[in-house]
Design a protein around this ligand. Sequence first.
Ligand code: FAD
Length: 307
Amino acid sequence: MVRTLLLKAARNEAIKDAALRVGVTRGVVERFIAGEGAEDALRVSRTLVGQGLQVSVDHLGEDTRAAEQAEQVALAYLDLLSRLAEAGLAESVEVSVKLSAIGQLLPGDGEQLALEHASTICAAARAVGSDVTIDMEDHTTTDSTLAIVAELRRTHPSTGCVIQSYLHRSEADCERLAGSGSRVRLCKGAYSEPESVAYQGHDVDRSYVRCLRVLMEGEGRPMVATHDPRLIAIAADLATRNHRAQDSWEYQMLHGIRPEEQRRLVAAGHPVRVYLPYGTDWYGYMVRRMAEKPSNLALFLRGLVSK
Ligand code: FAD
């Protein structure tokens, strides 16, 4: 119930505007987000890489309403990638991109615009020895996103994509995506989805295991994006059963969530990548984190009253 309400709020422009006006970034920034600027993303990336972690940096923002705004987001990624290269971090730090932030949902030629911006970002990433993973948003965008990823992979084969285990379709998508050279980030899924398209409750975890089995048996690089201790253990077990080299797959977690577990896995020799958001448009991202764990709401509200 709380989760559904929060996820509805994540898409509510009036609540978003009010929250952004109040500006509660302080408490939020400390826990889940690197900061507002690219220099913050660089600073936190450097620390994480120093701890043996890899990073995927996300420029916060989604549901872009104008072509100029989409272009600004694409330019922000190009700037970030050149700064990562200058800092010598590009090999350990990739970028995560939401297609809706670079124009996918604009009427008319939105998908084409998103493809063009994503291609430019992929080319810039490749030029500095970095990489790109395309995030997955709500189920109305899944077909479009996977089609754009397929197009991107023709020129940039290592472009990663995300599969959400809560969708009924996902095991079949994993079968299609498990081939050589693919990079697939498997997560449970963070949006409010109807029962007509998505599993609910424990069925999401069962689907996660089925999808993971397909990816681990395949020839691509599974990117196991979860903080769930049971799924973390199952991933290691499936990797062993499939005789996978330790560097042929990786764990991924969100910045600020179970950091001690991130370090424990690194110490045990597993590659671990941290998803690190930065920017001013933190509202949708933060509300999804609260929906996953409503006690995070307290942190958010403390940020409000301490302003
Ligand atoms: P859960 O069952 O939600 O959590 C397991 C345990 O992890 C909890 O008991 C708790 O201890 C801890 N935990 C989980 N979430 C939180 C939180 N917010 N605050 C504090 N503790 C928490 N979703 C998408 O829909 N599209 C994407 O592109 C996408 N990309 C992602 C990339 C990465 C690297 C990761 C890790 C997640 C991504 N997600 C994405 C989010 C994902 O779908 C889940 O919503 C999120 O990871 C929580 O699911 P979980 O597997 O950790 O399991």
